[in-house]
Design a protein around this ligand. Structure first.
Ligand code: B12
Length: 295
């Protein structure tokens, strides 16, 4: 027991306090009453300690399954990684920010950079901005840099003229474009000839662009928006766009929108990548014309 607790980094007193306060036995007992840990219990304690160090209250996490604790701990590690970057952004130090972003890009593939650096970074920027600890100017500075870097990443992936085509955009009024840029990057990385059209696009323009470019799929990103506004737009897009052209949506704005026949929503970016790979390989991605949600 003592050895395990040393390994975890908590004292016997802390262990007993957690068990007493939250009525959760965290160790086993032999028939003779001696206490011991299984390997899973040690792992669980390590995760509880990490989450508690990250600022989570033990009372709110002690009953979580191991997978959820591991997810919290992973997100915390990622954030620690991003701390120098977030500090540079807060100081409005554009040179340090750019250097640190380039360091990430030097060791990550473009797709990893998008998923493992850009997405968590922008989420944290948004959190700090809404809490008032990060200025609007700082958010604009990082958004502009990230847009530029994602465009460079996109250019580093060649457009295969023989690959099925995809176009990516956001609806009129939606100015958040980093999610759409990321979707373009991942679709191209998966083998589609994905082209980013930009944000804020009227439905008729999306339809004519899809037809003119012989797109197989139209991808839309949406971060904000009310289901009651998005539903009629999605329905109109589906009705106007010829049926063989698929519509794939992603982003938190669309996650509240109702299921619409013929539209496939992705709440997991990995599922989107898989669907893009399937389409690129020439196998038609499973049609979701009825009750179509990938989640
Ligand atoms: C940068 C930013 C802006 C920039 C955008 C710059 C640009 N050119 O893109 C600017 C300053 C323009 C902006 C404006 C506004 N913003 Co803003 N913004 C953000 C911020 C900080 C980051 C967004 C971002 O780029 N994320 C990076 C991407 C990669 O992450 P993501 O979109 O979540 O993507 C993941 C998934 O959603 C998914 N995904 C996304 N798109 C797609 C598409 C497909 C096909 C698929 C498969 C998957 C997928 O994949 C990603 C990886 O998992 C967010 C914070 C946040 N938590 O997101 C706020 C945020 C989205 N903004 C917010 C708000 C309120 C606004 C404004 C209304 C502010 C204002 N009062 O003016 C305006 C609205 C503008 C408009 N009409 O669109 C709120 C939205 C709250 C809400 N739910 O309603 C947020 C959450 C900030 C907050 N915490 O309050 N914003």
């Amino acid at each position: 027991m003592a050895e395990a607790l040393r390994h975890v980094g908590i004292s016997k007193l802390v262990l007993h306090a957690w068990e007493r306060r939250y009525q959760q036995p965290l160790a086993e007992r032999t028939e003779t009453g001696r206490r011991y840990f299984t390997a899973d219990q040690v792992y669980r304690l390590i995760l509880l300690k990490e989450c508690s160090d990250a600022g989570y209250r033990i009372g709110t996490i002690i009953s979580l399954p191991i997978e959820s604790l591991a997810e919290i701990a992973r997100a915390h590690h990622k954030l620690i990684n991003l701390t120098p970057l977030l500090d540079a952004i807060r100081r409005m130090d554009a040179i340090a920010m750019k250097t640190l972003l380039e360091e990430h890009l030097a060791v990550e593939t473009p797709a990893e950079f998008g998923k493992a650096t850009v997405a968590p970074l922008m989420k944290e920027v948004g959190r700090q901005w809404s809490e008032g600890t990060l200025s609007i100017a700082a958010e604009h500075m990082v958004s502009a840099e990230i847009r530029g870097m994602l465009s460079i990443c996109l250019n580093s992936l060649p457009l295969d003229p023989a690959a099925p085509k995809a176009i990516v955009a956001t609806f009129e009024g939606e100015h958040h474009e980093i999610g759409a840029l990321l979707a373009t990057l991942l679709a191209r990385n998966a083998g589609l000839a994905a082209v980013y059209l930009g944000p804020n696009l009227p439905i008729d323009d999306i339809v004519s662009a899809a037809e003119a470019s012989s797109a197989r799929v139209v991808c839309l990103s949406c971060l904000i928006g009310k289901a009651r506004n998005l539903k009629p737009r999605l329905e109109r897009l589906r009705q106007t766009l010829p049926v063989p052209i698929e519509i794939w949506t992603g982003g938190p704005g669309f996650s509240e929108a109702p299921v619409i026949s013929g539209i496939r929503h992705f709440s997991e970016i990995g599922e989107f990548e898989k669907a893009a790979e399937t389409l690129a390989r020439g196998e038609k991605a499973p049609s979701r014309r009825h009750a179509a949600r990938a989640d």
